[in-house]
Design a protein around this ligand. Sequence first.
Ligand code: NAP
Length: 485
Amino acid sequence: MVTEQTVLDRVPRGLFVAGTWRASASGAAIAVEDPSTTKTLVDVADATVDDGLAALDAAAGAQTQWAATPPRMRGELLRAAYELLIQRAEEFALLMTLEMGKPLAQSRGEVAYGAEFLRWFSEEAVRIAGRWSTAPDGATRLLTMKQPVGPTLMITPWNFPLAMGTRKIGPAIAAGCTMVVKPARQTPLTMLALAGLLQEVGVPSGVLNVVTTTRTGELVRALMSDPRLRKVTFTGSTPIGQGLVRQSADQMLRVSMELGGNAPFLVFPDADLDAAVDGAMLAKMRNMGEACTAANRFIVHESLADDFASRFAARMASEVVGRGTEDGVTVGPLIDGQQLRKVSDLVHDATSRGATVVTGGSTTRDTGYFYQPTVLTGVPADADLFREEIFGPVAPITTFGDDEKAVEMANDTMYGLAAYVYSANVSRVIRVCERLDFGMVGVNQGIVSNPAAPFGGVKHSGFGREGGPEGIEEYLDVKYVGIAP
Ligand code: NAP
């Protein structure tokens, strides 16, 4: 029987280094909070810089042998991890809901999505290939081989505690890289449970190490200054990502950056309105809006803006806000008090500039970080929430008159992660998609994430791709060997 107490009792609370669980060298602990009650769930170890370096020692020590491990074996380990994760889906889902707040149904969805990266990359492990050719002058033969980049630091955010980990860990294991994972301090439990699962299926000691810490900047700087580290992959906010790119220069690390977004959701006059409202709910409300791909700006043709706004607002008003473990709840709390204040301030800023609240517009409970699903119309272009990532259940709507203007408005952001287009006209869809400065576009669908597709952004949303056949390339270096015949 999966209960809150049993999943919390089972989750490891130490640092996972060189295949063993250990306490922090300082004995310090991090209190993990339930965002729906603000009560502490459990304490986990708070790593020192030395603990972080011990994790890198383990990763560096295991690298040579791991790279030489047959690809089929690496793939089979991932496949076994996939199977076990699916078997334990209910436990992982509950744990994630407790520490992150999303409703159980959404946590179950994330377990399925996160597990899929393990299965996808179990299949990619045996497809790593180079090429063989004759140089144009015929004098030499050109062989290219792909080899693991080496020990990798993985830094993950709190919004998808499992999937943001597996989409880095999966390709790293498949490619033959060892790793040190640093999950977000708000949601370390899911990653610790995943490390336990990977240990159980037989991932060798030192290949995967996990350190939880509040000394994040200091610990990460120490690891990134160490010449044994060869890559950093980061999912999180743009300012932290920019700092890491600067730091990566000293050791010339390979870098992958999955950063913030400011997704436009475009509804053209020929769109199927029912489908657009369904898609808007998905694109806005998955994860309570705390997704980098979340629709941040609804840009709707003026001929259907009123109709869209009233239907969308009715759906938003019917959402059930509450603790994610409760039956029927569709919207959980935001992650913490800081995020709640930010969302609240963004709505105040918009209304003070003349926006109208159609539904929602305030916090909902005395305890926990809850905010009502909110729809705003008449939002002026200079409102802060058009520039910043909202990361909450708030949907601002604005209008456009012609396609040219719609594209211009959509591209008017420093971000370039995801965009959504609703239209029944194929020619218009192609024209608009070609002009959008974003790494991913959902056409007549409110979700773009798919383990078989390359996830990633352009501009201030970062670089590198996770998932798809492209995902493993981030963990492989190309070596060319010239052979005289
Ligand atoms: P964040 O503050 O940037 O934190 C993300 C991670 O970075 C956490 O593990 C955090 O550790 C760590 N970190 C903080 N300061 C650091 C430093 N100085 N050096 C190295 N690491 C540091 O972001 P967040 O608020 O948790 O997450 C939300 C952001 O992630 C949003 O902007 C969202 O768009 C983005 N995101 C992007 C994608 C994508 O694929 N593009 C996916 C999901 C989320 P601590 O917990 O210890 O602070």
